[in-house]
Design a protein around this ligand. Structure first.
Ligand SMILES: N[C@@H](CCC(=O)N[C@@H](CS)C(=O)NCC(=O)O)C(=O)O
Length: 233
């Protein structure tokens, strides 16, 4: 049995998309980030830095517990034999884009989201940080757009790398990106959005597009996630 510890944010969505695309059977365990459920001792035993997603796999009397979305995607790809090529070079090319997402793109657009959406909604302003992360994000979208200008997917076929980047692009407005300026990213993103896997929503999705609710949840979210001395961003 596979248990996905999930909330409707881009990092959670990657894993949901992968499980659906791979046709794996799983159960969703909702981790309410807005309520701080990630900080419980039980959850920290699964994910040491109290971050979602986490995955628990029970098989043949063994239990595998994983955190970090990139590692979870690779594990699921190997388990299912899908969305990660076996050939060493093709596999490494896929991992290049996966690592690009988890170590370069994700952290940058995550900070851009903080300074573009969360901070202003809670009455904080830091225009230097906002401008810096906006510029870095624009440049990364330009890199992605250039790469996708002559291909359907990030590599030869749909892979875990596409599934890692896609959910972040779907919330581009939250990090201040105007997708109309990146036509190849838009075309690629619409292609993935039209797949049945992208329509699956295992939990109520009022937080699905977080930037819509930044103002509504500003006080609560700020205290839970950003003013917490023992965890959170
Ligand atoms: N590098 C991690 C990032 C995970 C992450 O930042 N998760 C966020 C939600 S998208 C989270 O759990 N935030 C809650 C918190 O920081 O308290 C991964 O790729 O899994």
């Amino acid at each position: 049995m596979i248990e996905l510890y999930y909330d409707a944010t881009p990092n959670g969505r990657k894993i949901l998309l992968a499980l659906e695309e791979m046709g794996l059977v799983y159960t969703t365990r909702w981790v309410r980030l807005d309520r701080g459920e990630q900080f419980s001792e039980t959850y920290r035993a699964l994910s040491p830095s109290a971050k979602m997603p986490a995955l628990v796999h029970h098989m043949d009397g063994e239990t595998t517990t994983l955190f970090e979305s990139g590692a979870i995607l690779v594990y699921l790809a190997e388990l299912s034999g899908r969305l990660l090529p076996a050939d060493a070079a093709a596999r490494a090319r896929t991992l290049s884009w996966l690592f690009w997402q988890t170590s370069t793109f994700g952290p940058a657009v995550g900070q851009a989201t903080h300074f573009h959406s969360y901070a202003p909604a809670a009455g904080h302003s830091d225009s230097y940080a906002a401008d810096r992360f906006a510029k870095i994000s624009r440049n990364l979208y330009a890199d992605l757009d250039r790469h996708l200008s002559d291909r359907e997917f990030l590599t030869n076929a749909l892979s875990i790398a596409d599934l890692a980047v896609f959910p972040w692009v779907r919330v581009a407005r939250g990090h201040g990106i105007d997708l109309s300026k990146f036509p190849h990213v838009t075309r690629w993103s619409e292609g993935i959005a039209s797949r049945p896997s992208a329509a699956v929503k295992p939990i109520p999705d009022d937080r699905d597009v977080p930037f819509k609710t930044y103002s509504a949840h500003a006080d609560e979210t700020w205290k839970t996630l950003f003013a917490n001395e023992t965890g959170g961003w």
